[in-house]
Design a protein around this ligand. Sequence first.
Ligand SMILES: Cc1cc2nc3c(=O)[nH]c(=O)nc-3n(C[C@H](O)[C@H](O)[C@H](O)COP(=O)(O)O)c2cc1C
Length: 209
Amino acid sequence: MHKQASFNILRVDASARRDRSITRRLGDEVLRRLLTEHPEAVVTVRDLADPVDFIDEQWVSANLTDPAARDAQQRAALAASDRLVQELEAADTIVLTTPVYNFSVPAALKAWIDLVCRARLSFRYTENGPVGLLRDRPVYLVMTSGGVMFGSAADFASGYLRHIFAFIGIQDVRMVPAERTSIDAQASAINALGMLEQWLPAGSVPATA
Ligand SMILES: Cc1cc2nc3c(=O)[nH]c(=O)nc-3n(C[C@H](O)[C@H](O)[C@H](O)COP(=O)(O)O)c2cc1C
């Protein structure tokens, strides 16, 4: 009998906080709504509070070597990065939750980005510039800031993340922004849930602000 392929959700969390994290709480709500639509979905969680490695000299050198010419050591240097790209490739939907840290993304998330932006796997350069190699799919981008307005001159995070996703082929970025949480955390969460409502209406699912 023909078995239907599963629906895969990749959740990536970037806050250093596990407790009291606004992004993680909003991410839970996004996931709850996605699972209402796709109860059979397989969820993979990549929690960057358990950090991934930084790229290093071996990694860069292995990455620059033609895949057919890589030796065992070079393949080993790229193994974790290969796995992270595979997680992205396999995902039908991505939920990325991240705070703004020092006007940009947390270093833990930047480390992940450096591992998933892989020439030949997730992008390639052509005469006309870079081309993303991953198929487009929705990314729910849950972001918080303490004081920065998204889209303002001081926001080096949200535009950057959109750019990175587009760079690897993913255009369908759905922002769930909770900005300026230090000014009014509740208003900020309500606003984020209002944005989420456009993408994934709560229906009968209780919302948690
Ligand atoms: C190390 C650190 C740096 C931060 N830098 C900024 C910043 O530059 N701009 C800003 O608006 N908020 C900044 N914040 C506030 C966080 O974005 C905000 O508290 C967010 O809700 C944290 O996410 P979390 O609740 O999921 O942990 C910073 C917070 C921390 C811990």
